[in-house]
Design a binder for this molecule. Structure first.
Ligand SMILES: NC(=O)c1ccc[n+]([C@@H]2O[C@H](COP(=O)([O-])OP(=O)(O)OC[C@H]3O[C@@H](n4cnc5c(N)ncnc54)[C@H](OP(=O)(O)O)[C@@H]3O)[C@@H](O)[C@H]2O)c1
Ligand SMILES: Cc1cc2nc3c(=O)[nH]c(=O)nc-3n(C[C@H](O)[C@H](O)[C@H](O)COP(=O)(O)O)c2cc1C
Length: 491
């Protein structure tokens, strides 16, 4: 999908998001106006929460109501249009008697060419590009009426997402066997539900699908300080505070990630170059925290751009956490466009949820973006009070891309000077917090994600605790005044 369109697209989790209103207190009204963050303060009018999923249709066939129940949950979650497939000759109890070899259902299922007639049709199927297709499992397969349905329309360029209900069978080959009846569609892996499946289970499946749905543009890039996350243009939510793992050895890394997760942090930043992806993966797996709650970023290095597929496969294998939430190109370099395009393919396959760049500045972005299809979800650059990137940050944010800071505390070896800076210390004293917390909060109020590096559990806990105070506009400005355009690393 073209890059500008992707800005308008976010994943369906947005449906649970209430519209965001900038906090309007005396102390921060101008902060909210000039800064790039806002808070979800209260539930707002239902209409404002509605996403535009007019491109999504939930079609289902249901005889005894079980599939209908799941279809309705999908429809509710996505606010999507619904269509029930009705048999021209309704199925009676007798027809459904699967213990009788010659019952109607059994005869139809035994005959691959059976095409039971349908009453009614879907008007304007062309307006939908994503179709959830639900059915009960009958003898391991979709009822033949589903074949009638899919042979009645043109599904070219549409995404079909099958789901089924059954007594105990899985979705098995039922969806695969439908593929050959449809030309030009992309099939997603289907899911089986039982009569006991609830909304949460359905929501989790939808989350795992990695499909984008239309929602309002405003949600993208808005920092939700209450839930400590931001909506990316890919549709996924990203935690706004986490842990960086650069320079952490395996053991340190494992312990630090465990400490982060135990203290409620959910964002972890690693890279091929840090040689600790395996430790990150192990800590994630051992933590007991559900995978879908954790957000892991990794990066591929320019030396890997020659064979990006191998690099991505290696990261997936080393991390061993099913999928990567965010993969970045670590630096610009020879082959970066091709490497990015390979990441785009992994996004389509659901193995990487979001993709982005690191150490890309205005010129690099101007050159790079026209060459790729998916707008980066995140750009990660060096940002701290002594190196504020005042021109780069708004440029990136205006593209609908979320900015993330590396070296938020100045970087290993440089933190001291920042943490004893008089201005910062004074502000910290005002709020009864540490200098590190002030810096991290300053980033957040600028709409910048932070993942300070630490191997000290006390620091890790402290760094997550930045949501109970707020810097005034005056304090924000004081920190703005500290800028020295002083880079602490070469890239
Ligand atoms: N994309 C890129 O090119 C790039 C480049 C560099 C870094 N990064 C990423 O950005 C992350 C952050 O950068 P970084 O770790 O190098 O530097 P940093 O976060 O600016 O600073 C880390 C240093 O700060 C100390 N620290 C952390 N929390 C503290 C606190 N509350 N109070 C006092 N000291 C504290 C740490 O020591 P303790 O261990 O004692 O807590 C460590 O020495 C990296 O880990 C990495 O994931 C990316
Ligand atoms: C003819 C027939 C065959 C069935 N075959 C299977 C089967 O192979 N495996 C299974 O687990 N359930 C089977 N079932 C049970 C249904 O898949 C299950 O009850 C389903 O949830 C019904 O969905 P509905 O209420 O939407 O019609 C069969 C039911 C019928 C009527």
């Amino acid at each position: 999908m073209k890059k500008m369109i992707s800005i308008f697209i976010v994943f369906i989790l947005a449906l649970s998001i209430t519209a965001c209103a900038e906090k309007n207190t005396e102390s921060n009204s101008s902060t909210a106006e000039e800064g790039k963050y806002s808070e979800i303060t209260e539930a707002v009018d239902d209409d404002l929460q509605k996403t535009d999923n007019s491109n999504v249709l939930v079609v289902y066939f249901s005889n005894t109501g079980t599939t209908e129940q799941i279809a309705k949950l999908i429809g509710e979650i996505l606010d999507a249009d619904m269509h029930q497939i009705i048999a021209k000759a309704p199925y009676t109890d007798e027809d459904r008697d699967y213990t009788n070899n010659s019952s109607r259902c059994n005869r139809e299922q035994a005959d691959e060419t059976a095409r039971p007639e349908i009453d009614g049709n879907v008007e304007n199927l062309e307006q939908y590009d994503t179709i959830f297709l639900g059915y009960p499992i009958w003898h391991g397969q979709a009822p033949r009426i589903i074949s009638t349905f899919i042979e009645s329309y043109d599904f070219s360029d549409k995404i079909i997402i099958p789901f089924c209900t059954s007594h105990s069978s899985g979705i098995g080959s039922s969806a695969d066997n439908l593929h050959e009846l449809v030309q030009g569609a992309t099939w997603k892996e289907g899911e089986r539900f039982s009569v006991d499946s609830d909304k949460q289970e359905v929501q989790k499946w939808i989350d795992r699908l990695g499909i984008s749905f239309h929602v309002t543009e405003e949600a993208v890039g808005v920092f939700d300080m209450e839930n400590k996350k931001v909506k990316l243009n890919s549709g996924y939510d990203m935690p706004i505070v986490g842990l960086g793992t650069y320079a952490l050895s395996d053991e340190e890394c494992y312990n630090s990630v465990r400490a982060l997760l135990e203290n409620g942090g959910r964002l972890i930043d690693t890279a091929y170059m840090y040689h600790n992806e395996a430790a990150v993966g192990r800590a994630v797996r051992d933590s007991g925290v559900p995978r879908e709650e954790i957000f892991v970023t990794t990066k591929i290095y320019p030396s890997q751009f020659g064979n990006p597929k191998a690099a991505i496969d290696l990261a997936l294998e080393t991390l061993d956490i099913e999928y990567i939430d965010l993969m970045l190109l670590h630096h610009p370099g020879k082959g970066d466009v091709d490497a990015y395009k390979t990441m785009e393919q992994y996004v389509a396959d659901g193995k990487i949820k979001s993709i982005g760049l690191s150490n890309w500045y205005i010129k690099e972005l101007e050159n790079f973006l026209p060459q790729v299809s998916i707008t980066p979800a995140v750009v990660q650059n060096e940002i701290h009070p002594y190196y504020q990137e005042t021109d780069v940050i708004p440029y990136i944010q205006n593209l609908g891309i979320v900015v993330e800071s590396w070296f938020p505390l100045g970087g290993r070896g440089y933190t001291k000077e920042l943490l004893i800076n008089e201005t910062i210390m004074k502000i910290a004293e005002n709020h009864n917090v540490s200098a590190a917390q002030v810096i991290l909060r300053w980033d957040l109020q600028n709409g910048v994600i932070v993942m300070p590096g630490s191997s000290n559990p006390k620091h890790i806990k402290e760094n997550l605790d930045v949501f109970d105070f707020e810097l005034s506009e005056d304090e924000m400005n004081q920190i703005r005044g500290l800028n020295r355009d002083e880079k602490h690393d070469w890239y």
